[in-house]
Design a protein around this ligand. Structure first.
Ligand SMILES: *[C@@H]1O[C@H](CO)[C@@H](O)[C@H](O)[C@H]1NC(C)=O
Ligand SMILES: *[C@@H]1O[C@H](CO)[C@@H](O)[C@H](O)[C@H]1NC(C)=O
Ligand SMILES: *[C@@H]1O[C@H](CO)[C@@H](O)[C@H](O)[C@H]1NC(C)=O
Ligand SMILES: *[C@@H]1O[C@H](CO)[C@@H](O)[C@H](O)[C@H]1NC(C)=O
Length: 422
C-alpha cells in the first residue's frame, strides 16, 4: 500500500512537473495582459488629460463648449405660443399687425432674431389655456371683468406682468397677486423683458447702445470743432424759448409747479389742456414750430419713477430742438451725453433758467447739443421679440421663478421729491 502510495505520489509529482510550466505560464500571461491593459488605460487617460488641457488644446475645448451650448443654451426646438389675455387700452392687437402672428410675421414684420413663436389674442387659439407657453396680462388695466382667470396653470408656462405706464397707473390689486407672475415686461431696466419706448443705436455698428444700465457712449466733440448747417440756420429763426405740450395738469411729480416756476424766469408756452395755447396733435404745423420757433422742448414726466422715460422725449429728439428733461430716470442710461438738459442737475429754478438762457444765446453752444446725430439713430422694436427669445431658453439656463411681492418691486421705483427745488 505504502509503495503504491509512493508511486501514485511520484506519478502525481511527475504529472505536476510536466504541467507546472504551462500553468505558471498561463498565469503569467494573464498578469502581463492585465498589466498591459492597465498601462494602455493609464496611457489613454494621460493622452485624454493632455488633450483636454487648456495648455495644449484650448481651441478643442472651446469648440466642444460652443457645440454643446448651441444644442442646449440656444433655442429649444418647437414653436412657443403666447396668449394676449387682455387688450392694450382697448387695442386688442397691442398695435401688432394682426390678431394672430406666426413665426413668419415674427421674422418679417417684427424683425425678431428668434422668431419661432406664435402669438394670438384669441383665447381658443389652442384647445386649453394650459398649453400656452406664456400668457400676457396688461397691468395698467383691470383683469377683464367677464373673463375668469385660468383655473389651472402648467408649471412650465409663464404669466407675464406687462405694462408701459408708471406704477401710479397700475389698475391691479397687486398685493393679491403674489406668486402670480413669472416674468416682468416693463420699461424698467431690471425687468425680465425690457420694453423701452425706443433704442439708441450706433449708426456705424448697428449695435443697440441704450437703454442700458452701463451704456458705452462716444465722447462729444470739443465745442466748435463741429457744425450743423441746418441747426445753425434754424437757430436764427428760433425766437421763442420753451414749448410744453401737456394734457394731464395735476401730477405726482408736480411738473406743473416746476413749469410755472420756470415761467417766472423764461418764456414757457403751454399748449393743450393745461395752458392757454392750442395746437392739434395731428397738425403738422405744430411739429414744424418746434424746429423753426422754439429753442427748448419740455419733456417733463408725470411721475418720478426709475427708468420712466416716455415717447414725448424721443419724439423731440427726432426734431431740431433741445429737450429739457425732468423725471425719475438716470438719463445717461437712455440718451447720449450732451443731447438734453436735465432739470435735476440743477439746484434751483434760477440756475436752470440761467443755463437755458446761456445755451440759447450762444449759437455754437446750442449746436453742440446735436453732435450725437452723426453717430446714433433712434429705433423701436417689439417687446414680443425678447419674450419669444426668452421662451426659447432651455429651462436650466433660466430658473423657474415667480414674483412673491411684485408690489414692492414695482412701487419701490418711485419717489415724490426731486433734486431741483421749486
Ligand atoms: C447714472 O448711470 C450711470 C451709468 O450707469 C452711472 O455711472 C451713474 O453713476 C448714475 N448716476 C446716478 C446719479 O445714479
Ligand atoms: C456753422 O455754419 C453756419 C452756416 O452753415 C455758419 O453761419 C456758422 O458760423 C458756422 N459755425 C461755426 C462754429 O463754424
Ligand atoms: C445712418 O445709417 C443709415 C443707413 O443705415 C443712413 O441712411 C444714415 O444716413 C446714417 N446717418 C448718419 C447720421 O450717418
Ligand atoms: C410660475 O409661477 C408659478 C407659481 O408660483 C409656478 O408654479 C411655476 O412653476 C412658474 N413657472 C415658471 C415657468 O417659472
Amino acid at each position: 500500500m505504502a509503495i503504491a502510495d509512493d508511486r501514485s505520489n511520484w506519478l502525481l509529482a511527475g504529472w505536476l512537473a510536466v504541467h507546472r510550466w504551462p500553468l505558471t505560464m498561463r498565469f503569467q500571461t494573464r498578469r502581463t495582459l492585465a498589466l498591459v491593459l492597465l498601462c494602455l488605460f493609464l496611457f489613454g487617460a494621460l493622452i485624454y488629460k493632455i488633450n483636454n488641457s487648456p495648455l495644449v488644446n484650448q481651441n478643442g475645448i472651446l469648440r466642444e463648449y460652443l457645440v454643446e451650448s448651441q444644442v442646449s443654451v440656444g433655442t429649444r426646438p418647437g414653436t412657443r405660443t403666447i396668449l394676449l389675455w387682455s387688450s392694450f387700452f382697448g387695442n386688442r392687437r397691442w398695435s401688432l399687425p394682426s390678431d394672430t402672428l406666426g413665426p413668419q410675421q415674427f421674422r418679417d414684420d417684427l424683425n425678431c432674431p428668434v422668431y419661432q413663436c406664435e402669438l394670438s389674442n384669441r383665447h381658443d387659439f389652442l384647445p386649453s389655456l394650459e398649453l400656452y407657453d406664456a400668457i400676457v396680462y396688461h397691468v395698467a388695466q383691470p383683469f377683464p371683468l367677464l373673463l375668469p382667470l385660468p383655473t389651472r396653470r402648467s408649471p412650465h408656462q409663464a404669466y407675464v406682468f406687462a405694462l408701459m405706464e408708471p406704477p401710479g397707473e397700475t389698475k391691479h390689486q397687486l398685493n393679491d397677486e403674489q406668486h402670480f407672475y413669472n416674468l416682468t415686461m416693463t420699461y424698467r431696466l431690471d425687468s425680465d423683458i425690457v420694453w423701452p419706448y425706443a433704442h439708441v443705436v450706433d449708426n456705424l455698428t448697428g449695435a443697440r447702445v441704450a437703454p442700458s444700465r452701463f451704456p458705452y457712449w462716444r465722447e462729444p466733440p470739443a465745442l466748435g470743432s463741429w457744425n450743423d448747417s441746418t441747426v445753425a440756420r434754424l437757430w436764427h429763426t428760433k425766437t421763442k424759448m420753451a414749448a410744453w405740450f401737456v394734457s394731464h395738469c395735476k401730477t405726482l411729480s408736480e411738473r406743473e409747479k416746476l413749469a410755472a416756476a420756470l415761467q417766472q424766469h423764461i418764456q414757457v408756452d403751454i399748449y393743450g389742456q393745461c395752458g392757454p395755447l392750442n395746437c392739434a396733435r395731428d397738425d403738422p404745423h405744430c411739429n414744424e414750430m418746434l424746429d423753426t420757433d422754439y429753442l427748448f422742448y419740455l419733456a417733463f414726466e408725470n411721475s418720478l419713477c426709475t427708468d420712466y422715460v416716455t415717447e414725448k422725449l424721443y419724439d423731440a429728439l427726432q426734431r431740431h430742438i433741445v429737450p429739457v428733461v425732468f423725471g425719475g430716470a438716470n438719463y445717461s442710461r437712455f440718451l447720449p451725453p450732451h443731447s438734453y438738459i436735465d432739470a435735476n442737475r440743477f439746484d434751483s429754478i434760477e440756475q436752470l433758467a440761467q443755463h437755458l438762457r446761456f445755451v440759447a444765446a450762444d449759437q455754437q453752444e446750442y449746436i453742440s447739443y446735436f453732435w450725437w446725430r452723426q453717430h446714433y439713430r433712434l429705433e423701436t422694436s417689439s417687446p414680443f421679440c425678447e419674450l419669444c427669445a426668452r421662451l426659447h431658453q432651455s429651462s436650466w439656463t433660466h430658473k423657474t421663478q415667480s414674483y412673491n411681492n411684485i408690489e414692492s418691486w414695482w412701487y419701490n421705483g418711485c419717489r415724490l421729491t426731486s433734486h431741483i427745488r421749486f
